[in-house]
Design a protein around this ligand. Sequence first.
Ligand SMILES: [Zn+2]
Ligand SMILES: [Zn+2]
Ligand SMILES: [Zn+2]
Length: 362
Amino acid sequence: MKLFTCANCQNILYFENTLCEKCKSTLGYWPAGNRMVPLVADGAAWRGIAEGVQPDATLPALRTCANAEHAACNWLLDANDSTVLCASCRHNRQIPSLADPARAELWRRVQRAKNRLFYSLLSLGLPVAAPDGTSDGLIFDVLADPPDQAADHIMTGHQNGRITLALAEADDAERERRRTLFDEPYRSLLGHLRHEIGHYYWDVLVRDGSALEPCRALFGDDRSDYPAALARYHREGPPPDWAGAHVSAYATAHPWEDFAESFAHYLHIVDTLEMAAYFGVRLRPVLPGPEARAMAAELKFDPESGGDFTAIIDAWLKLTSMANNLNRCMGSADLYPFTLTETVVRKLGFIHTIVGAQRPRA
Ligand SMILES: [Zn+2]
Ligand SMILES: [Zn+2]
Ligand SMILES: [Zn+2]
């Protein structure tokens, strides 16, 4: 994620802002330009403004996403667009009933995570195939558990481009209960979405791309029985040496889970590094000795150009060493409670390569 500036007053803006606190402009996120736009009303539409409340001639007449009505989206679309939902929300298929204020609030949390996911997908140039009647676009179903206590819970998962997210995962207490139950060091809405989208891009970039054989060489043979593998994992847990070649215990369940977990981590890494770069974070430990000198780093990641993966991982290890220790100073859990072995880094590097191949050439 990047930082933004207000084109009217130069205030620093953040991705979820809807109002510039300095010039009081209404704000929206314009995905086509990857910018936050200060707005003035223009009849039924909105106009983007530049410095001094001048109209920004580079922008079309704009409209807010229909989900702004529920305080559930701050994205903009072209006022002449034939749909009322933005580039992220038009992939929503089922959402919970908004008549229940508690459910509506949980859904808003899902929306915030999903818009952050779409920020990454769009800025990395990953295909999301507009759902214009084709069966291979991305679709999100956010579902609440049925009221019948005896009925099965909604399972978060992916199938053929359809991502189901259990609304219960937006409830902090319930998600923490599940995190403890499954003995996970980290569980978040954004993490779920980044994992499930990994399954989608396995279909699109690996299976339907030309990366199946190199993927199998790294992640293992995905033709092994998937339901049986998941059942075995839930029965027996991971093998004792799982951390040598897997980013998480769950990644050992099946090669598809390994790929999805690795894909999620790739998005964690590049999104967080981009933000560190926007803040101009530089590391220079105030200690003597070669190890301290080797910790020095300038953190940078540009999603539009990608860059060398060795440098990305080097920056990431240094940044997370600092961030984990900052969190420990606050008595909080580590920001990044994972260890990246050489094998795991090779898997992440493979994802960097196939994601990079999607990037539009300048
Ligand atoms: Zn402003
Ligand atoms: Zn929207
Ligand atoms: Zn999975």
